[in-house]
Design a protein around this ligand. Structure first.
Ligand code: FES
Length: 189
């Protein structure tokens, strides 16, 4: 990372610390804001956050490693997380997974070269009776079938075409109110 970029990131983190505070409780909100702004929490940022909060860097790294919504590697603008816990698997996650890989041209754990999509597995999203469940950023899709995958991805692509600067998922279906950001509390799947 260039020195100028590091300085900017350091300033941004200090602003987040001012907003959220210097207590241990502020760690997760700071990391979430960083993830949203940077599409990842780079190693340098973890070090700065640790310094600012008076924590050991290993503790910060542990939190980033644990939570599904945090990553030290850059992610795509749209992160698609498909639940692979047992109820969803029984509801036939596998063909949905194959269709997602075909549609995006990447495997799970990868990001498209244009930086638009990341495909990941997720642990249970709390919608076990409505699987297969798919989370696209903060939008949940339930009862996903291979036939629906193309439309879901196309909705994302439309957002890039018309509103490339917007980080949110497309205005698509599901259960936004019943399960707000369910995977925020989830460990990596
Ligand atoms: S098993 Fe997939 S949402 Fe619970």
């Amino acid at each position: 990372m260039l020195v100028g970029s590091q300085q900017k990131l350091q300033d941004d983190i200090r602003a987040l610390v001012e907003r959220h505070g210097r207590t241990r409780d502020a760690l997760l909100p700071i990391l979430q804001d960083l993830q949203a702004a940077q599409s990842c929490v780079p190693d340098f940022a973890m070090q700065v956050v640790a310094d600012e909060l008076g924590l050991h860097p290993a503790e910060v790294y542990g939190v980033v490693s644990f939570y599904a919504f945090l990553d030290h590697r850059p992610r795509g603008r749209f992160v698609m997380r498909l639940c692979r816990t047992i109820s969803c698997e029984l509801a036939r996650t596998a063909p949905v997974a194959r269709q997602l890989e075909n549609e995006l041209g990447i495997a799970f754990g990868e990001t498209t070269r244009d930086g638009r999509f990341t495909l990941e597995w997720a642990a249970c999203l709390g919608l076990c009776d409505q699987g297969p469940a798919l989370l696209v950023n903060d939008r949940v899709y339930t009862k996903v079938t291979p036939d629906r995958v193309h439309a879901i991805v196309e909705d994302c692509r439309k957002v890039f075409g018309a509103h490339a600067a917007q980080p949110s998922a497309p205005s698509a279906p599901v259960h936004p109110a019943a399960h707000p950001q369910p995977a925020l509390a989830a460990a990596k799947g």
